[in-house]
Design a binder for this molecule. Structure first.
Ligand SMILES: [Zn+2]
Length: 68
């Protein structure tokens, strides 16, 4: 289980990126929402979509959940 967060600030394309705790890019996020613990990024993205319809896995830490 890993802890996941979603960026409260959208990317330029409107996506809110979902990061696993410990991701370097997470340290650059100004404001994030705690998504709790998840076994994989897929359920974390599902959780994030309850808040942000356009949520997407981070290409670095959650690549298998990243869609372009
Ligand atoms: Zn990340």
């Amino acid at each position: 289980m890993a802890k996941y967060y979603v960026n409260n600030t959208a990317q330029s394309n409107g996506d809110h990126e979902v990061h696993e705790d410990g991701c370097y890019w997470l340290t650059l996020v100004v404001s994030k929402k705690d998504l709790g613990f998840h076994t994989n990024c897929k359920s974390a993205v599902t959780e994030a979509k309850k808040t942000y319809n356009k949520s997407n896995g981070c290409i670095h830490c959650s690549k298998e959940c990243h869609t372009s």
